[in-house]
Write a protein that binds this ligand. Structure first.
Ligand code: AMP
Ligand code: GLY
Length: 423
């Protein structure tokens, strides 16, 4: 099978790495790809993940059998729709299915329509409505801009007054993240967070794996929100029947809802959950794999992952094509030291990292030339290690980072959290 992975971050490097190791994968292409994917297939560095027209044209030229959509931006740009229109199998939903991620208002109303547990919420379009909603609000409030805002559209507020101050500023400056007007205001829940990934072929949807990620820049969840500084899988400290409960309360009604609304959803549904006293509540849906969760999920996959994704894309999921190992995996993100405020370009990193067999590193946005890697900065590398349990995997990951740092040019400005997967 000839496979095109759309995207160029560490998530796509991890998907590509696992696909390359699949029996049914003959050739791999990446749009645009990065320094890691360049080593195992063809990169199309001039084709961005949202350049749908070029993606379809080149996929036809290269006789691609399966397109795997990495980022939500590709889904929102209609890459799924257009590749399917051209007769190419796609792992990833159409733009309309992607609204579960790309529109917070759509997602909340979908959950309400289909009885999926989620925080109580109201939708407002302007500051007067926001004032009315917040007038008799008790407790914490979470403010969520409707559109795709690259992680900047959600603000957790301690009380109604701070939510109102935020919304007053947003509306006054006409500066709602994502550029729209609609905002969800919802009840602030408390509990531990876990991400459950369900694979869907349009008719069936099966929760298959779970992970925990770390969103804040600093240890002990201090500092600003980021795209994610690390993750581990499987999650520890959740009820043993988490999957069964999620299947029954979230995945099954989501599938019924999608079918009832005429949506043939093929791809992965990422259920971002909070384990509350009343069981798991959906904080968010994403229409794609997580980053950095994918970097810790892929090392746990056995079997023919390419056939697994292709079967879902074809509408006939072969759930046994891939299995998930009992081993744990911990992944630590190395980011440039001013991230997320500023990206610092780094050059001269060794492309061959010389890692031991149970450790793998996935590159973020980057290019490779003459054995060295350049990165525009931000999240440069995810180092993921396997172990018999989370503690063992965590120790291996940090040992490997210690060794790795000796191989980087002196003064390379990389920072990472020290508490990833510390249980
Ligand atoms: P989202 O972009 O929807 O994933 O939200 C980002 C983060 O905000 C989540 O990972 C949670 O930590 C937090 N969050 C979102 N919604 C809620 C909520 N209703 N209650 C508490 N925290 C929330
Ligand atoms: N790790 C969070 C996300 O991928 O959205």
């Amino acid at each position: 099978m000839r496979i095109l992975v759309v995207g160029g971050g560490a998530r796509e490097d991890a998907l590509s790495w696992r696909l390359a190791a699949s029996a049914s994968c003959e050739a791999l292409f990446h749009a645009p790809g990065n320094a890691g994917t360049a080593a195992r297939g063809t990169n199309w560095p001039d084709v961005s993940a949202t350049d749908v027209r070029t993606i379809v044209r080149r996929a036809k030229e290269e006789k691609i059998d399966l397109v795997v959509l990495g980022p939500e931006t590709a889904i929102a740009a209609g890459a799924g729709d257009k590749c399917r229109d051209a007769g190419i199998a796609v792992f990833g939903p159409n733009r309309s299915g992607g609204r579960l991620e790309t529109s917070k208002v759509f997602a909340k109303r979908f959950m309400e329509r289909h009885g999926i547990p989620t925080a109580r919420f109201r939708v407002v379009h302007n500051i007067d409505q926001a004032k009315r909603v917040l007038d008799d609000w008790r407790g914490g409030a979470v403010v969520k801009a409707d559109g795709l805002a690259a992680g900047k559209g959600v603000v957790v507020c301690d009380d109604a007054a701070s939510a109102l101050a935020l919304l007053t500023d947003w509306y006054a400056r006409n500066a709602i993240p994502g550029g729209g007007h609609d905002v969800v205001i919802e009840e602030r829940l408390s509990g531990r967070e876990v991400s459950v990934f369900a694979i869907a072929d349009g008719r069936a949807m099966v929760p298959v794996a779970a992970a925990c990620d770390y969103k804040r820049a600093g240890d002990d969840d201090k500092g600003p929100n980021t795209g994610g500084m690390g993750a581990y899988s499987p999650p520890a400290g959740f009820p043993d029947d988490l999957f069964d409960v999620v299947r029954e309360r979230v995945v099954a009604p989501a599938l019924r809802g999608l079918l009832a609304e005429g949506e043939e959803y093929r791809g992965v549904l990422y259920c971002g959950l909070m384990q509350t006293a009343r069981g798991p509540y959906v904080i968010e849906f994403n229409a794609r794999f997580g980053d950095p969760e994918t970097q810790v999920l892929m090392p746990r996959v056995n079997g023919d992952f390419a056939r697994y994704l292709k079967s879902a894309a074809d509408g006939a999921l072969q759930i046994d094509a891939a299995t998930w190992s009992e081993d744990a995996c911990a992944g630590v993100v190395l980011a440039t030291s001013r991230y997320p405020y500023e990206n610092t370009k780094v050059t001269g990193l060794p492309a061959d990292l010389g890692l031991p067999e149970d450790v793998v590193a996935f590159w973020g946005t980057s290019t490779r030339e003459n054995g060295t890697v350049s990165s525009p900065g931000g999240r440069v590398l995810t180092v993921a290690a396997r172990g018999t349990d989370v503690a063992a995997a965590r120790a291996r990951a940090y040992d490997a980072i210690g060794e790795l740092k000796k191989r980087f040019p002196p003064g390379t400005p990389l920072a990472y959290r020290g508490d990833i997967a510390r249980l």
